[in-house]
Design a protein around this ligand. Structure first.
Ligand code: PEP
Ligand code: MG
Length: 767
């Protein structure tokens, strides 16, 4: 049964468009269940009707013609009840509605199951039979499983536009297509899509045309030859060390790469108009699929070899291609998964917007985007990103929507939004040099989070009073190997010098989770609960010591360094890290460098640390809450997973209570407590964080002026009143709206203003 399910899902996934997918579903499910009829009705939410989209067994002339309203017939009933209906005699059910065109009168037994994706009803999958009998429980379970697995495939095909004949086809989106994701970085931009694939990942290579056929063919030949050469030399190196049959595998690979085999197939795809990496992807995927469908386990395994070959050829092709990408002005960078190094590839003045299929607003790519002030939409899971290069796009980072091929009216609408936004930001520049002081004279130090040199300049322009979090992993992510001690020293010196005499808090390397180094891969089933942050560096003291020494040396004569430890879960980690820091300090002193021992602090970002704040505080000089991770770990919601992004709430009462506890316990130990998660950069949150008693708020430079504007307008007394009201509430969403309401009443609606105004107008355009 499992095999049948797997085979059907694979075939459906490989279908060229939605109609082909539906045709395969009805044909294969009818065969597998040995029924007389299998049909799919899809629901169109715009006009609330079900339409028969594919059938085996009913009259095919009824396809696209047979329609039922939302509450009509057994189909409507399955959809409304969101559960299967299994009947021996369909016609005797009170909801039965006979559709003449289908010719279904001779079929008595009926089993319909809903197709549901992300709580939305997409349609109904039905099997019917002449014999009067109830389908047994195995049959029902099979159809339910089938439907659940197909829901994702159908949802994706629908989103690419091929549901409506008159609508958009994925290969030539010519009409506005709207894709919902989640807001990654605020702001709106209009530009042209450039699709980037992660290195050597064949499955995400986009489709693209080319300008010069010969260039593509030459690139392919070069790549094939490079891989063949690589194979020959590996085989030669391993000769004598590998058993005969293993060595034979290299010969098989070489033969597969031969001009008469895969090489020839790829070449003919290129002649059909596909660029070399796209042609390679298509050919490899077809072969992989054929192997995976084979019954013989040994042959199925060969799919892995073909994939591996494909990856090698792609890596070689990409080496050439990367240097030749032309980025248009106003580039909207689109990728299945955005990475820090992709952001760095595009010249900064050309990068207008970012769209990522994976990830959410709390992913590190989004955090970087916010630091750079680039409108970003994350988790656009239905985006047909393969097909988008060269398409005009709008990125609405406030509402989390990406538009492809926008209409003239929509473009005009967004043009106004962009202008409004520029005006608002310009207005804020007037307060750059003013301190962040409330009307009742309470001072709130606003610091920034940095990682790239570009956000350093923006931070200084906006009057940042220090760096609350310098993410040292960012420069590590932009390299192809660990930077040496002197390379690190240079990078850190730039940061420390740029901000001196203001303090700069350098966090020791925080890799793992969704931050990976290409040259130090960490493969784990559960990376956010795995080898992350301090756990990695304590296991690799050589990396930790080099980094701390580089930081210390970089601070000579400036003395504005603070060192911060990420992902601390127990006092032992702090003690070990302190021991290493003291050792590094002694080593640097012994080199004759006059370096002060810097203040050392810990991040509070896991629940265990919340309950040990006092013990931790006794051992360090300062504390800082990482609310991004603290929210993820308290709520058990992966910060990177778009599927659960709706459950990620930093205003959850549990998070607010934890924050208050950490502030109080830190102060009890006489230590300062800051916050450097993204929450601090949200003006609505900043008001209650100030009221909680945080000694410093650290945020991305983009949000600094908005937060300053809000805090300069509200008294500490009023902020405390608001906090006292919301802390009693038990629901994150109610807390957020109560806060927004309170701020609007206090005349601070302007920080929310653009957003709410735009929300209204986008709704009005009906897009
Ligand atoms: C946090 O977790 O809130 C934090 C600031 O660290 P990062 O986002 O880099 O994990
Ligand atoms: Mg963190």
């Amino acid at each position: 049964m499992l095999n049948t399910l797997r085979t059907i899902v694979q075939e459906v996934s490989a279908a060229s468009d939605l109609q082909a997918a539906l045709d395969i579903i009805v044909q294969k499910v009818r065969e597998a269940m040995r029924t007389e009829v299998c049909s799919v009705y899809l629901f169109d939410s715009e006009n609330s009707t079900y339409t028969l989209m594919a059938t085996e067994g009913l009259n095919k002339t009824a396809i696209g013609v047979a329609k039922l309203s939302q509450s009509e017939g057994l189909i409507g009933q399955v959809g409304q009840r969101e559960e299967p209906i299994n009947l021996e005699e369909a016609a005797s059910h009170p909801k039965f509605h006979y559709i003449r065109e289908t010719g279904e009168e001779k079929f008595h037994a009926f089993l319909g199951v809903p197709i549901i994706h992300h709580r939305m009803i997409l349609g109904v999958l039905v099997v019917q039979q002449q014999e009067r009998r109830r389908f047994d429980e195995h049959e029902e379970a099979f159809l339910v499983t089938m439907s659940a697995q197909l829901a994702g495939v159908i949802a994706h095909a629908e989103a690419t536009g091929s549901l409506h004949v008159t609508s958009i086809s994925p290969s030539s989106i010519t009409k506005t297509a709207r894709f919902q994701g989640s807001p990654g970085a605020t702001g709106v931009s209009i530009g042209e899509a450039v699709v980037l694939a992660p290195a050597a990942d064949l499955s995400v290579v986009p489709d693209r045309d080319y300008k010069d056929l010969d260039k593509e063919l030459v690139a392919l030949d070069k790549a094939l030859e490079a891989v063949r050469e690589d194979m020959r030399s590996t085989a030669a190196k391993l000769a004598g060390r590998l058993p005969e049959e293993e060595r034979a595998l290299f010969d098989v690979y070489l033969r597969m790469l031969d001009d008469n085999a895969l090489g020839q197939e790829i070449r003919s795809r290129i002649h059909e108009g596909h660029w070399a990496p796209g042609a390679l992807r298509q050919v490899i995927q077809e072969h992989v699929q054929n192997f995976e469908l084979m019954d013989d386990a040994y042959l199925r395994e060969r799919a892995v070899d073909v994939k591996d070959l494909g990856r090698r050829v792609l890596a070689s092709l990409q080496q050439d291609e990367q240097d030749n990408i032309e980025y248009p002005d106003n580039t909207v960078l689109v990728s299945e998964e955005l990475t820090a190094s992709m952001l760095a590839d595009v010249p900064h003045n050309k990068l207008a917007g970012l769209v990522s299929v994976r990830g959410s607003s709390n992913s590190h790519a989004a955090i970087l985007a916010r630091a750079l002030g680039i409108p970003t939409v994350m988790g656009v899971v239905e985006l047909p990103y393969h097909k988008l290069t060269g398409k005009p796009m709008i990125v609405d980072g406030n509402l989390g929507i990406a538009y492809v091929s926008p209409s003239k009216e929509l473009l005009e609408h967004y043009q106004v939004v962009v202008e409004e936004e520029q005006e608002f930001t310009k207005g804020l520049e007037a307060i750059s040099d003013l301190a962040c002081v409330t009307p009742d004279h309470f001072r709130v130090p606003l610091w920034v989070n940095t990682g790239l040199m570009t956000d350093t300049v923006r931070s200084l322009d906006r009057g940042a009073e220090g760096v609350g979090l310098y993410r040292t992993e960012v420069p590590f992510m932009l390299r192809e190997r660990f930077p040496s001690e002197s390379e690190q020293e240079k990078i850190y010196r730039q940061q420390l010098e740029a901000f001196a005499p203001r303090p700069v808090t350098m966090r020791t390397l925080d890799i793992g989770g969704d931050k990976s180094l290409s040259y130090f891969p960490i493969k784990e089933d559960n990376p956010f609960l795995g080898w992350r942050g301090i756990r990695v560096t304590l296991d690799h003291p050589e990396i930790f010591l080099v980094q701390v020494r580089a930081m210390l040396k970089a601070s000579v004569g400036l003395d504005n360094l603070r060192i911060m430890l990420p992902m601390i879960t127990n006092v032992f980690e702090v003690e070990e890290a302190l021991h290493l820091i003291h050792r590094a300090h002694a080593e640097v002193l012994s080199e004759g460098l006059p370096v002060m021992m810097p203040p050392v602090g810990v991040m509070i970002e896991v629940p265990a640390a919340v309950y040990q704040v006092r013990e931790l505080a006794k051992r360090v000089d300062f504390l800082s809450i990482g609310s991004n991770d603290l929210t993820q770990y308290l709520l058990a919601v992966d910060r990177n997973n778009p599927r659960v992004a709706g459950l990620y709430h930093s205003f959850h009462p549990a998070v607010l209570q934890a924050l208050q506890k950490v502030v109080d316990d830190s102060h009890r130990e006489g230590k300062t407590i800051g916050i450097c998660g993204e929450m601090a950069g949200d003006p609505v949150a900043a008001v209650i964080l100030m009221a909680m008693g945080f000694d410093m708020l650290s945020m991305s430079a983009t949000n600094l002026l908005k937060v300053k504007w809000a805090l300069r307008k509200i008294t500490m007394a009023r902020a405390k009143e608001i906090l006292a009201e919301v802390i009693k509430l038990d629901n994150a969403m109610v807390i957020r709206s109560s806060l927004e309401l309170a701020l609007c009443r206090d005349g601070l609606g302007k920080v929310l203003g653009i957003k709410s105004k735009r929300f209204k107008s986008s709704q009005e355009t009906g897009e």
